[in-house]
Ligand binder design. Structure first.
Ligand SMILES: Nc1ncnc2c1ncn2[C@@H]1O[C@H](COP(=O)(O)OP(=O)(O)OP(=O)(O)O)[C@@H](O)[C@H]1O
Ligand SMILES: [Mg+2]
Length: 247
């Protein structure tokens, strides 16, 4: 089950925040989630760890490292417990090679060890990145409630569709607080166009806005119930269609 987080050409909508917190939330709930950082800089590796030793995704794509060597497990103190999470980190530009072999290997690894794989994509850079989306099972289009971000999400591959192959889910996120009436207007519009099931509203959350290596433990214990419910709903949309069971 491979899920890509994209926002088309609009940056800063919350792809890294949502994919990272969803990966950690799923891990906390007992799922084995693998987070893949497909950003050259400023993606999940930086926001969760500040940086990580290689090998990186770019090395795997370049063929200078094996996928299994590059997947790393990190432990995060959470209250009395330790939370393990799996990350395929990245640093630097990705080579524009075919992704067929990589995705095949990722699927084989996932079938053995993971319940879900979440890919944190950069904002649209060049058409090469579309292959990640085309080879995914689910595409989460992270948009914020303004016309430019929604338009960018809708035209991102695959254009429109609230359903189909891959399954498309719109996460209407608030990287900054928006007036309730504005959120409702965009939520209603997206639901009318793509179906109620295809859209999940994610609130602005102060703790979620503080994701950083130093604050991570605190962030996880302080995110609001409303934010957690939204992530849970997103997880259900991603996992349920193929497994036939709620997470
Ligand atoms: N639901 C939310 N509540 C509060 N803050 C949020 C939320 N979602 C995102 N943010 C904040 O918005 C900013 C952008 O988020 P993030 O870096 O996740 O976006 P992105 O789509 O990954 O950006 P880029 O396109 O640059 O990769 C960050 O400062 C983050 O903390
Ligand atoms: Mg990002």
């Amino acid at each position: 089950m491979i899920t890509c987080f994209t926002s088309g050409s609009k940056g800063g909508t919350g792809k890294t925040t949502l994919s990272s917190l969803l990966a950690l939330g799923c891990s906390a709930a007992g799922y084995r989630a693998l987070l893949v950082d497909a950003c050259s800089e400023g993606g999940a590796t930086t926001s969760l760890l500040g940086g990580a030793p290689g090998p990186y995704l770019r090395d795997v794509l370049e063929g200078s490292a094996q996928l299994v060597e590059a997947v790393q497990v990190y432990s995060l103190p959470l209250g009395e417990e330790e939370l393990d999470f799996y990350l395929l980190p990245n640093r630097g530009p990705l080579p524009s090679v075919s992704l067929e072999g990589f995705v095949e290997q990722l699927r084989r690894l996932a079938n053995k060890y993971f319940d879900l794989v979440l890919i944190d994509m950069p904002a649209y850079q060049d058409p090469w990145y579309e292959e990640f989306l085309q080879r995914s099972d689910v595409v989460v289009k992270v948009v914020e409630p303004n016309p430019a971000a929604v338009a960018a999400g809708i035209v991102a591959w695959p254009p429109g569709v609230g359903d189909g192959d891959p399954l498309v889910v719109y996460a209407l996120n608030q990287p900054r607080p928006y007036p309730k009436s504005v959120v409702k207007e965009f939520l209603d519009d997206l639901r009318r166009r793509f179906g109620k099931e295809a859209v999940v509203a994610v609130p602005y959350d102060y703790a979620a806005s503080r994701v950083s290596p130093e604050m991570l433990g605190q962030v996880l214990s302080h995110v609001s119930d409303e934010f957690q419910d939204a992530l849970y709903e997103l997880a259900q949309r991603i996992i349920r269609p193929r497994e036939g069971a709620a997470p």
